[in-house]
Design a protein around this ligand. Structure first.
Ligand SMILES: Nc1ncnc2c1ncn2[C@@H]1O[C@H](COP(=O)(O)OP(=O)(O)O)[C@@H](O)[C@H]1O
Ligand SMILES: [Mg+2]
Length: 332
């Protein structure tokens, strides 16, 4: 059973480089089970999704990306992908709202794009979130559009996420009445509801963990729903506490290391053993740092999930592996 049964919109944020795009993709794969349709979207990203799944750059149009992680009975769903940019979202909005015909589109294409590049950042954000909102709220009235069981958003970083989702605030002063105000209010209702969860990705280092704590406080202050913390790129934990302490103190048994190496058919030299001991000390040091950061994460009082650092980086197989780990821990 998932920890987030009511959530339709999963927003994935985090400090840049911690693995937002990786985790968003793995979560989408994990959610796409048993015939479910999941939409994975990025906003003004650098085509990270396309790169990660090794497909052509994504247009402003939903594309079938891949099948999801199967469940125990082999039931799969489908992950679709969408790249949202403000210019295309504005064109779509105008053509829907004002029912611009073909002439209107041709006339406005250049003007609109120029306009969109100069508009206030707040308005730009609302165009992006507006498209996400449309995908989440979609219903069967439009027979050509897919209804999604879940939408996963590869979102802007922690420092910007509250402002990004706080659309009515961004428009304050700009639109106090009228259709834009009404629309931003309905969007806020979704973003603040239990159908949305904002998950934060971190690694076990001081700065990102601090940023995660600050981000959670900001989201709560803005009454936006905090989801889980995904602790990514965790080092393997295969040494026990005694060995770690010995490695840090430099008191590991040289004789045992010599013997193990020799048994493995490796020519033993003192330099080799020195090198290994230094690496072990370094690893133990980092593990100690990680453990203290892990305690801080536990005190954040939100569900947390851990993903290992995969040796050799992330390929498609790696994404499915991470998806399986997220599902096993109840995130999906
Ligand atoms: N669990 C992991 N194991 C190994 N490499 C990872 C893992 N998570 C992310 N990475 C790598 O770290 C880099 C940053 O990840 P990415 O998801 O692009 O971060 P972000 O979107 O937050 O900038 C990428 O090269 C990615 O392949
Ligand atoms: Mg990214």
């Amino acid at each position: 059973m998932s920890d987030w049964p009511k959530v339709r919109l999963h927003v994935v944020t985090g400090k840049g480089g911690t693995g937002k795009s990786t985790v968003a993709s793995a979560l989408a794969l994990a959610l796409a089970t048993r015939g479910r349709n999941v939409l994975l979207c990025e906003v003004e990203g650098r085509q990270g999704i396309a790169r990660m799944f090794d497909v052509d750059p994504l247009p402003y149009q939903e594309r079938r990306l891949t099948t999801g992680l199967p469940d125990d009975d082999g039931g799969r769903g489908v992950v679709h992908a969408l790249h949202i940019d403000a210019e295309s979202a504005l064109l779509e909005y105008l053509s829907m709202y004002y029912r611009l015909g073909r002439a209107g589109k041709a006339l406005d294409r250049f003007g609109v794009i120029e306009f969109a590049t100069t508009i206030a950042p707040g308005v730009r954000d609302v165009l992006l979130t507006g498209k996400v909102y449309e995908a989440v709220q979609r219903n069967s009235r439009n027979k050509n559009a897919i209804e999604y069981d879940a939408v996963v958003l590869d979102a802007p970083p922690t420092g910007r996420i509250t402002q990004f989702l706080n659309v009515s605030n961004e428009l304050a002063g700009l639109a106090k009445v009228g259709p834009i105000k009404a629309q931003s209010d309905t969007m806020m209702t979704l973003f603040r509801s239990q159908r949305t969860a904002v998950h934060l990705v971190t690694v076990l280092e001081e700065m990102p963990v601090q940023e995660t704590a600050d981000g959670i406080a900001e989201l709560r202050a803005a009454r936006l729903p905090v989801g889980g913390v995904v602790v990514n790129q965790v080092r393997p934990r295969d040494l026990d506490a005694d060995d770690l302490a010995a490695a840090r103190a430099g008191t590991l048994d040289r004789g045992r290391i010599d013997a193990d190496l020799a048994e493995g058919g490796i020519a033993v030299s003192p330099e080799l053993v020195d090198g290994l001991l230094a690496e072990a000390a370094d690893h133990a040091e980092r593990r100690a740092l990680e453990d203290s950061q892990r305690e801080l994460v536990a005190r954040l009082d939100v569900p947390s999930y851990e993903l290992p650092r995969l040796a050799g980086g992330i390929d498609l197989g790696g994404l499915y592996e991470l998806a399986g780990l997220l599902r096993a821990q109840g995130m999906a």
